[in-house]
Design a protein. Structure first.
Length: 256
């Protein structure tokens, strides 16, 4: 009798062990290590634990007739940035890498903006412009509007994830961290607009949360003078992560 009981216990333990291993394998996926040519040095990443985070590639920031264009911000660099984002996103989808879109977005009543008691009310560009000029009220970055939407060339597809945010960082007051942990993500490929504002803010917070950030320099566009782009690239390369190009990132993802 004791032998039979012991035998059954051993079987139960074995089944539990193999189920645990199997579930762990499913959660983590098979390892897919590649090397990305980057600065300050090449970086090995696991594609099975990587996500592309596309920051604010919205009409507001990249399209004629959008917020930046209407208020006189230079969007001349947007065309090449859109093209480079498309290359990276296409390669990522083919490789099974999760693509996550971040959108700067407010509800029509601005109840998620922070209100006059928040510095966001005065410093975030869309809110500041709508507060200063009555003709812009309800026009910039409002959920469901054309201005808030992702540019046509980069529309999210089934399987992609869209996360709306109300602050510069994609981690502040959103589900981004939970989503990344759900997919066991460790490495972040960051693209988008503006390099020195929302992209850098998201990258820094990712670094503080122990993600490994990789900024694709020519798939980002800055707000302000050229020095702002260079400052962010320096910050990332020296202090917060790695900097690469679209060509090198696509090559690493696709193996070509």
């Amino acid at each position: 009798m004791r032998l039979n009981v012991l035998f059954l216990v051993l079987i139960a333990c074995s089944v539990a062990f193999f189920m645990t291993v199997t579930m762990s394998d499913i959660a983590q996926g098979a390892e897919k290590m590649v090397t990305v040519q980057a600065k300050p040095e090449p970086l090995k990443i696991d594609l099975a634990r990587t996500a592309v985070v596309v920051v604010d590639m919205q009409n507001a920031f990249a399209s004629k007739g959008g917020m930046f264009d209407l208020v006189g911000q230079d969007i001349s660099g947007a065309k090449s940035v859109i093209a480079n984002n498309k290359q990276i996103i296409t390669a990522a989808r083919k490789a099974g890498i999760k693509v996550i879109y971040l959108l700067m977005s407010y509800t029509p009543d601005l109840s998620n903006s922070g209100g006059p008691g928040s510095p966001n009310w005065y410093k975030e560009f869309g809110l500041a412009m709508m507060n200063k000029k009555p003709e812009y009220k309800g026009k910039f970055l409002i959920e469901g509007t054309w201005d808030e939407a992702v540019v046509d060339e980069l529309k999210p597809e089934p399987g992609d994830i869209v996360i709306r945010k109300m602050r510069y960082s994609g981690f502040r007051g959103t589900s981004l961290d939970v989503v990344l942990k759900t997919y066991n993500v460790k490495y972040l490929i960051l693209t988008g607009i503006a390099t020195n504002v929302c992209v850098e803010s998201t990258l820094r917070d990712g670094y503080f949360l122990d993600y490994w950030p990789i900024l694709v320099a020519d798939a980002t566009n800055n707000a302000g003078p050229p020095i702002t782009q260079q400052a962010t690239l320096w910050n990332v390369e020296a202090l917060f992560g790695w900097v690469t190009s679209t060509k090198d990132m696509v090559k690493a993802i696709s193996g070509k």
